[in-house]
Ligand binder design. Sequence first.
Ligand SMILES: [Zn+2]
Length: 317
Amino acid sequence: MHFEEENRTITINGDSVAPGQNKLLRIEIARLPTGTLIDIPVHVFNAKKKGPTVLLQAGLHGDEINGVETLRRMLENGDLSISKGAVIVVPILNVFGFIHFSRDVPDGKDVNRSFPGTKTGSLASRIAYHYTQEILPQIDFGLDLHTGGGQRHNFPQMRYTEGDEMSLKLAMLFNAPFAFASNLISGSFRKAAHKLGKPIAVYEAGESMRFDESAIEIGIKGVKNVLFGLGMLLDKPEQIPSISLEYRKWLRAPRAGMFIPEIKNGKRMKKGQLLGMVTDTYAKKHKKIKAPFDGHIICINHQAVVNQGDALFHVGR
Ligand SMILES: [Zn+2]
């Protein structure tokens, strides 16, 4: 007689989610000056059948709301009825930043530079610490959903860790329009997770404080692609063509002034093609920005007034 091995129980903050259960839990972080308790909502879907535990996380930067909406829609649409393993969903990691429309916590620190954190450190460091203690030990690997910082608009793209086969696999399964390896930044969630042997792939799409419908839709498809590829969802999602980039470069403002892009994000560019201009405000001078090679535009800065050296286009081939 064959018995299928049962899935494990997930325990977060003292709350248990047994195989076959779905629960909304909370990790208590800190209080506002008014005494209001701030906690991080954590949705846990635990299937009966054994399988991997996958983290789906957004809002590590509080103003990067496309990921928050991507996960909210998936929860609302019942997209996470998995057949095996478990999914831990954290739609808003940095609750403080989210309610302040900010990337950071109120003291200006970036939670994504504060991992693994300490119990008695700054607020960002404490959030990172609680998260490292409560969530990371429970997962096998995960997806971290972001957008461009500031007013930079990222065309939907996946980033994985060089030499980490599983993070590459997650990025390939996700199948966003672009994918490439990017360095582990000190203090980042991805680096802290990597050190604990938990591969993370990062989805970057759209810009902060703006909903981008295509970023959200590709995000939903991508998460479903990953869960399907891992055998956790049974219906095959629709596929989008994906391009792997081996080389990337930022094109920066040659002068200060007003930035006028002449190409749309995600488009193919030909070497020497005019991509945009930075003009003065007197209609006297302008500097052209030209494509340095045949390739693709993967990010455009939507800031209209720029300083010399500002990152304007992220391009790759
Ligand atoms: Zn971010």
